[in-house]
Design a protein around this ligand. Structure first.
Ligand code: SAM
Ligand code: SF4
Ligand code: SF4
Length: 360
């Protein structure tokens, strides 16, 4: 095995702590490492105006070459190390993760991993749904647990404008149905709400997904990346959405499933199902944030709003052993103090990573 050279003294990781089965490495604010989000590509077949506006991600935009991406084996190795440090849930994202060829092969590799106490990880995937009808069955057979599908409007013209694609809503709806039929249920449907753009779709979406068995979740429009020209007055708060829907269909709050659940849950009083609110702007949840993110070419990010990541690919390709990888990953988490959403407004950042690169 070749020796790993550290160029800076501060890169010398402290050894990963000895963890009892079920325990997790903790950051400087006492938050355990529980979730790993893996972005498998920076490419997408949509150009959502709030994520990859075409003026920025146009014909001249340079995406990562395939050789720069981590291989499936390298991703699975990082995931195994992360499981040894406390991770229980893995989410595949992108860009559009279903554009990565044979993604079901990666799902199968991840599904074969075990936590130190012998449990398989929960494996989920966030997608725009365009390729889901074709892929749902293979993904379920490979061991995917559930999917989240993004859908911002039911109105075709508005949807095509927001996604800046020629894809009709019916394609995404059939993807959602195929996922449910393949057993990837309950399907979560994510709607980013941008005031003046699609807020008039909140009620039609709520009416459509009541009684469907799918869980509609409203996401406050965030200032991720540097390209969407975000303004606070374009945010519709979760509280406003609950008031709006509650006036037509009475709602009652539901207990969170577990600590760190990002969505607050509300059930329809008439038993028609539930909705979720992801209030990252109006009610930040950094105190419970247990998520580590892996970029397509192998950099670890400890926050969605980080400006810099920590390269793991060089270490992976240097022939480093598992203990070296464990020490590196644990060291990165143990040094983490991020709480951008709690500081929003005070923490100006010029070079945030893009959502299409690191995933949601
Ligand atoms: N392409 C896949 C999709 O759209 O589901 C996965 C990647 S996408 C970056 C993950 C999630 O981030 C999507 O649900 C998307 O709506 C959300 N998202 C992207 N930009 C956002 C923003 N500015 N504010 C809030 N959510 C955003
Ligand atoms: Fe693509 Fe998802 Fe970003 Fe839309 S939100 S541009 S589908 S990565
Ligand atoms: Fe987690 Fe960073 Fe988001 Fe806070 S701002 S919830 S630390 S990703």
């Amino acid at each position: 095995m070749s020796r790993v050279i550290y160029h800076h003294p501060e890169d010398q990781p402290a050894p990963a702590p000895d963890l009892a089965a079920g325990e997790a490495v903790r950051d400087t604010r006492g938050r355990p490492l529980r979730d790993l989000r893996i972005s498998v590509t920076d490419r997408c077949n949509f150009r959502c105006t709030y994520c990859m506006p075409r003026e920025v991600f146009g014909a001249n935009h340079v995406f990562l070459p395939h050789s720069a991406l981590l291989t499936f084996e390298e991703i699975a190795r990082v995931a195994a190390v992360a499981l040894s440090q406390g991770v229980r849930k893995i989410r595949l994202t992108g860009g559009e993760p279903l554009l990565r060829k044979q993604i079901e092969t990666l799902v199968a590799l991840l599904a074969g991993l075990r936590t130190p106490d012998g449990h398989p990880p929960e494996i989920t995937l966030t997608t725009n749904g365009t390729l889901l009808a074709r892929k749902a069955r293979a993904l379920a057979q490979a061991g995917l647990t559930r999917v989240t599908v993004s859908l911002d409007a039911l109105d075709d013209a508005l949807f095509e404008r927001m996604s800046d694609s020629g894809v009709p809503v019916a394609t995404v709806l059939s993807g959602i149905q195929a996922a449910a039929d393949a057993g990837l249920a309950p399907v979560k449907v994510n709607m980013v709400v941008r005031k003046g753009m699609n807020d008039a779709q909140i009620l039609p979406m709520a009416r459509y997904f009541r009684h469907s068995g799918h869980v509609l979740r409203f996401i406050e429009y965030m200032d991720v990346g540097n390209s969407n020209g975000w303004r606070m007055d374009e945010v519709v708060t979760g509280a406003d959405i609950v008031r709006l829907i509650g006036a037509e269909f009475p709602l009652r709050p539901v207990q969170a499933h577990y600590r760190g659940e990002v969505a607050s849950r509300w059930a329809y009083a008439d038993g028609a199902g539930e909705i979720g609110l992801i209030t990252s702007v109006s009610q930040p949840f950094c105190g419970d944030c247990t998520r580590l993110r892996l970029s397509p070419e192998g950099r670890l990010f400890t926050c969605l709003f980080a400006e810099q990541g920590h390269d793991l690919r060089a270490l992976l390709r240097s022939g480093a052993g598992d203990q070296v990888l464990r020490d590196r990953l644990a060291g990165i988490w143990q040094a983490r103090g991020d709480r951008y959403s709690e500081l929003r407004g005070q923490a100006h950042r010029d070079h945030k990573i893009e959502m299409s690169y690191i995933g949601g």
